[in-house]
Design a protein around this ligand. Sequence first.
Ligand SMILES: [Zn+2]
Length: 240
Amino acid sequence: METKQLYLHDSYRKEFEAKIQKVNGNEVTLDQTIFHPLTGGVACDTGCLRRDSVEHSVLRAEINRETKEITHILDDTTDLKPGDIVKGTITWERRYDLMRLHTAAHLIAAVMYRDYDARITGGQVDSDMAKLDFNLPKTERQIFEDAIAKANIEVTKKTPLKIYFLNREEALKIPGVVKLAERMPPDVKELRIVEIPGIDLQADGGPHVNNTGEVGEISLVKIENKGKTQRRVYFTTKLA
Ligand SMILES: [Zn+2]
């Protein structure tokens, strides 16, 4: 059964209640969740599930792309059974770091495309650092320094993000709405659009901050060459 993805509607929600659908070894599926699974290049949430006064740690969350069922991998599932109501809490510090770095990734990717015609080919946002891969024939540190400086200007603007849903047909008319085609599930009727007005707009399922000011200062960590035209940039963010 498809798990209702509450995190798509509110990145700032920290607690929720849900009904257990299935228990399989250390894995629990719920009817709904705020746990963001490892998907779309963004790391998963951790946290806990409580039934009555008993707390179980959620070590990670995974999504089955076909069934859209989200599995919570727990430290142990003793006494948990289908039909139980549990209260869940995500580790907020980790989530907020993921949100900040994820929005930063969108800013950098948008500037790289706009000013250097460099297309994003992959990436991974973790809670301490993020990396993005670009198709860029030359390796010049200056390019990434410039892109990050420009992304930091967007941070100082404190631009509010807009997150909304469009039906698939309507959404696909927007040029560049799907930056990474392979990441879009083939059968979705509605696409979640994440817009950073004036800078970026794309179909995206991950958690983001409310405005670019929350990203904090982005800094370049390192650049790596990944083949002839592939460049990888690592970056982090720091709140003032
Ligand atoms: Zn994204």
